[in-house]
Design a protein around this ligand. Sequence first.
Ligand code: NAD
Length: 498
Amino acid sequence: MSQFANTQTAPTAPREFGFWLDGAYQGGRELFERSSPGHGVPVTLIPKCTVDDLNAAVAAARRTFEDRSWAGISGAERAGVLLRTAQILRDRRDEIAYWEVLENGKPISQARGEIDHCIACFEVAAGAARLLHGDSFNSLGDNLFGMVLREPVGVVGLITPWNFPFLILCERVPFILASGCTMVVKPSEVTSATTLILGEILADAGLPKGAYNVVTGSGRTIGQALTEHPDVDMLSFTGSTSVGRSVVHAAADTNFKKLGLELGGKNPIIVFADADLEDAADGAAFGISFNTGQCCVSSSRLIVDRRVAKEFEEILARKMKKIVVGDPLDESTQVGAITTSQQNETIMSYIAKGNAEGARLVTGGSQMDLGKGTYIEPTLFSDVTKGMSIATDEIFGPVLSSFHFDTTEEAIHLANDTVYGLAASVWSKNIDTALSVTRRVRAGRFWVNCIMAGGPEMPLGGFKQSGWGREAGVYGVEEYTQVKSVHIDTGKRSHWIK
Ligand code: NAD
């Protein structure tokens, strides 16, 4: 059994990391300290990389891409590395979960479940690496044969947020590697540890040096420099819509690098009167409280049939009160700490706005004093109306805003009344209702009578201002390829010059 399996306490001293360049840790940089949001003690020391470090990382990724030691090997060989990575992740699951909890504040049981999902990502990507293929055209006449090749885009920059540091990383890295690309990753400054640990694991699994590099530091310096780098062919950015907009400008102002953007959401959960209300309430409580609501696909807008709204909100409030909020290292905890003090302030300011703007607080609404760390009660507001801040803004916390509808048309209109289009959920026992709502609400991920279900086979991504492109599954591998049309003349040329 791993030494981390039964660890119930934060470390007595922070662990010092180097950044990951060309297959090894590099030290000697100024360090910044990260404290555990659940315990308030320092847990990691992370390097403040310089732009020179970033340039070295991009150069390593470029060299490895061009020397064909990764792009030029067979899909089967790439799959071998990805499958060995999955096995090492299995062996180091408890250790990675431990560091994830310490930097992020999520419950240990949830973190372990996320590592299992990450293992599955590597396994699915291994299959996709072997099956990746192009196309052919036998329809161009007897003298012309057409082939469509899929080629890796090249050097990818990957910028990730703090809410699911390892999960979001693993929903991208194996698929990027499956395509034959190499990469430079810039994790969030507050949750860099597990992204660095993945470097060790990939090296042990046999990934060539330089294929995976990690530079740590602030978004404004290192992140911005990565988005502007002229030798990066594609940038995959996951984070806020506002920074996503600056990424688009940076790409346009430099080399028009290809972009993948996974941004914010204000996701509807639509509950019809004929739904199983107990199931739907459990789904709604989970959808807003999971990961303390710091989840791009959190169901943060409840859109409920007016005929059952009062009853439903009562069931939901009862369930939300029973959620176990506490020390993320405690096995029984369901909801952990808010990841940063800044995010804690943001959430509390939205709760204050909800009260001030006239919404009705049904449950929650307070900061919790657990003696250490930052915790907020799962919160439900009813009588929310268009124009209130809690109706429109992505709060990124455990705050659910409830709206009531009279007709299916009104429910669809309310669901679509947002600049975002990331995810949605509908609850009804009527197949016509469930399917017509699914087809008309504009969102990249949809759940019918369930919420946040799925696996790495399924593509992820958003409509509208929630982003561009798709990650995971075969779609995710294809995203990191370019297609090349090849035309082959198989006969005698019909001469132009007579
Ligand atoms: P953020 O946009 O502040 O930061 C995300 C990453 O970008 C971090 O690594 C940060 O250091 C970096 N960054 C910051 N400024 C930058 C700049 N100018 N140039 C380049 N990089 C920069 O987001 P966050 O607070 O870490 O995460 C929360 C946001 O992420 C929410 O809006 C959430 O909805 C979104 N998110 C989306 C998805 C998705 O799949 N759609 C998943 C998770 C989170």
